[in-house]
Structures are given as C-alpha cells and as structure tokens.
Design a protein around this ligand. Structure first.
Ligand code: SF4
Length: 442
C-alpha cells in the first residue's frame, strides 16, 4: 500500500494520456490520492514525450525546478516515465541524479512495485527500461478525467520506420491485444460509466496483424458494438498505407456507434518528400483512401498532421502539401516544423530548410487549413448534431461544451444535468475552431 499524494504530469500524445490514466489507476488501487499541485505532492511523476525537442526541454526544466524540493523534503519521490525514460534513461540518471525512479514505456505496469522498492531504500535512480514484449495492467480501471470518456490501448509499438520518428525506438515493435482482452476492458469501463471509448494504436490499421489469427480493426469494432451502454467508438491513428476499405464499410454499417472521424496524417503532399520520410505511400494513395472512405461512409471527416521543412523540401514540394490539403479539404489539421530527433535515420540527412522558411511555410499551411476549417464548419449551420456534452465551457460557464460525431467542438446553452449525455444540438454559428448551437427543440 502507498499513502502517497501524487502529482502526475503528462506530456505528449493520447497513448501517454492513457498510460498516465492506467498508472494512476494502479496507484489509486494501492491507496494513493491525487493532488492538483506539485507543491502538495509526496510523489511527482512526469510522463514524458520524445517526439519533439520542445517537450523534452520542458521535462528537463521541471526536473531542475524539483531539485531543491527533493533535497529539502524527506520522503519526497520524483519519477520520470514514458518515452524519454525509455530512450534517454541512462542519460537522465547521470544528468539528474536526484531523480528516484526512471520507468520506460514497457515497464509502466510495474510502477507500484518499483515505487515500493524506492521507498524500501533501493539505490536511486532506479532504472527500469527493459523492453519486455507484454505490458499488462490486469483488471485496473483507468483513473479518468471525465467519468464517461476513456482511451483504450489496443496495441503498442510501431513496425514502421518513418525516418524522422523516435516512436519505434521508444515504444518497440507492434504488439496487439487479443479481442477478448480488449472487450473485457471495454466492458469494465462501460460498467464504470464510460459511454465513449477511443481505441489507441500508433498505426491502428495494423491492429491484429501480429496475432496471426485474422484479427482486424473492423472485427474489433464489430465485437465492441453489442456492448450495451457503449454509445460511441473512436480510433486513432490511421496510416494511409494501411487503411482498408473494409474499415469504412464496417463504420458505415455500424453507423450509430462508430464515429466517422479519421485522423490520418499525410505529413507531406510531395512524393519525393514522402519517400525521404520513409512513409511508404504516395500522394495518389492518400487520395484514393480518402475517396474510398467518402464513397463508403459519406459522413466521414479527416484530420491531418503535417511536417513542414523536412530535409530537402523545396518550394515545389511544399506547394504539393498545400494542394493536397486543399484537395482533401480536411476538417482539421496540425502543422509542425521539422526538427531533427537524435537517433532517427533522418539525423543523417541535412536539416537544410532555414528556420525562417519553416516558419513561413508553417504559417501558410496553417492559414490554408484555418480557411477550410471555417468553410467546413459553416456548412454545418442549420444541421442538428448528436453531441456528447463534456462539461461547462471554459469561456462561458453558463454554456456547455461537447463533441459532435465528427469530433467538432461545440458550445451551447444547457443544464449541468446534460453532462455525460448525448444531446441533439442545432448548429447556429461557426468559427474555424468550433461550432455554436442550441438544444434542438428549444
Ligand atoms: S507510423 Fe511512422 S510516424 Fe507513426 S509512429 Fe510509426 S514510425 Fe512514427
């Protein structure tokens, strides 16, 4: 048992958020309570991200800031977990010797046991970065921010080798969870009040491939569908090379529960750059996937991630990204400036696009996306959307904020009793980032 007051800080993607929620579930079950400020905590855990240099710098700043606390507070424990721990564990131990615990991505289920060893006086920093194939949180329930929403990891790792990416290094090879195991966790979550589940995988379309028993993402969707009380199923992240028509056909068939929103990063619209990135598809393939999806499942919307200023990107290459964005007309997109990550194959390529050019391309692509997002959102005015009300709006607490089936943010006036429920909301206004509406029938 632990009597810890825990402050858990999470950087990075949905997978990190899921891992944090599961680790928090393990600690809660062991008796820990959670606090809102690091100053009130007896245990600070930082779940880290290695995808961008900026996120790493922020973690290092936190570790420096916590040095004094560690020195002056007997019994205070500081832990680093996740991708940076996996990739840089030994360096972190050498550079920040006041850190007690360093836990890699495939050892997170061991955290309470490792913490107990630290509390029992094991030499620190205690390093746990073994790449074991299986990670199992048993029957632990995620400690969730919102009772009715949950992530559910269905696979870990990635077998792709995109040249700019650290994920294969930090999270290892693909390992899928069998359908019965996913089903059991989903059922536990729904019994605990969850109505929307987001299935997580680094390349979710390859879910099941390593199981060698015909398990696929669409078979998983079908298996989850009958769970009574589960109202919405989402999944991320899709890969343009691996996304299959069967998935969209299944989504159309399961219409009411499978949310028609696909996050499928193109990264670039230029074939030479896609080749240098090692993405394994062409611009044409990307367009074919979008066309098939829209034919089979007309409601579907796409979200894209882009990298601008990758090694060798010319103005012509960049123009191809802009034109792909305009051709697909993404609902939403995230644009990142390329930065070299240590240990990736792209580290050997010249980082030859000047910072000012990266900045300018970032601004142009983001502006083009904003214009399209605004147009697409405006096209929803007058439509009644099914919305899951998530909580009071941050800008106006008398309003509620929720998500439509296509993951659009929407603000509308409503009672707190609606939070955690589905509501019909008629869209009355739109910006590039969100919709405004009123309860249908009001
Ligand atoms: S598909 Fe590529 S970018 Fe995505 S996690 Fe795998 S290696 Fe990284």
């Amino acid at each position: 048992m632990t009597n810890d007051k825990v402050y858990l800080l999470t950087f990075g993607c949905q997978m990190n958020k899921y891992d944090s929620a599961m680790v928090a579930g393990l600690l809660r079950d062991a008796g820990a309570v959670f606090v809102e400020n690091a100053a009130d905590a007896t245990l600070v855990l930082i779940n880290t991200c290695s995808v961008r240099a900026h996120a790493e710098e922020r973690v290092y700043n936190h570790l420096h800031l916590l040095k004094g606390r560690k020195r002056h507070t007997p019994g205070f424990v500081l832990g680093v977990m996740g991708c940076m721990a996996q990739k840089e564990g030994e360096k972190i131990a050498a550079r920040f010797p006041w850190v007690d615990l360093i836990v890699g991505t495939r050892m997170l289920d061991q955290l309470p046991r490792l913490l107990a060893r630290v509390r029992d006086g094991a030499p620190t920093p205690l390093l746990a970065i073994e790449e074991k194939a299986e990670i199992s949180f048993g029957e632990t329930l995620a400690r969730r921010e919102l009772r009715f929403l949950s992530y559910l990891s269905v696979m870990r790792g990635c077998n792709k080798r995109c040249t700019y990416c650290v994920v294969p290094h930090t999270r290892g090879v693909e390992a899928s969870r069998p359908i019965p195991e996913v089903l059991a966790e989903a059922t536990r979550l729904v019994d605990d009040g969850v109505i929307e589940i987001t299935l997580l995988g680094q390349t979710i379309d390859t879910y099941g491939r390593d199981l060698r028993d015909d398990t696929t993402l669409w078979k998983l969707l079908r298996a989850l569908y009958p769970i009574r009380g589960l109202k919405r199923i989402r999944f991320v992240t899709s890969h343009p090379r691996e996304c299959r028509e069967e998935l969209f056909a299944t989504m159309a068939e399961l219409g009411d529960k499978a949310m028609p929103f696909v996050h499928m990063p193109p990264q670039s619209g230029s074939d030479p750059i896609l080749r240098r990135m090692g993405r394994g598809y062409t611009r044409q393939r990307y367009l074919e996937v979008v066309a098939a999806a829209r034919t089979l499942c007309p409601e579907v919307e796409f979200c894209g991630d882009w990298i601008v200023g990758f090694s060798g990107e010319t103005e012509e290459d960049f123009a191809q990204s802009l034109s792909l964005l305009e051709e697909v007309r993404f609902q939403h997109g995230y644009v990142f400036k390329y930065s070299v990550r240590e240990g990736t194959p792209a580290q050997k390529l010249p980082d030859d696009v000047p910072a000012a050019v990266k900045q300018e391309r970032h601004a142009r692509l983001a502006a083009a996306q904003e214009k399209i997002s605004l147009e697409r959102n405006r096209s929803r005015i007058g439509v009644t959307e099914e919305v899951l009300a998530e909580g009071p709006s941050k800008s106006n607490p008398r309003r509620l904020t929720g998500r439509t089936r296509t993951h659009r943010l929407i603000h509308f006036p409503g009672e707190a009793a609606l939070i955690g429920k589905l509501a019909a909301v008629k869209v009355t206004g739109a910006t590039a980032l969100s919709l405004k509406g009123e309860l249908a029938g009001c």
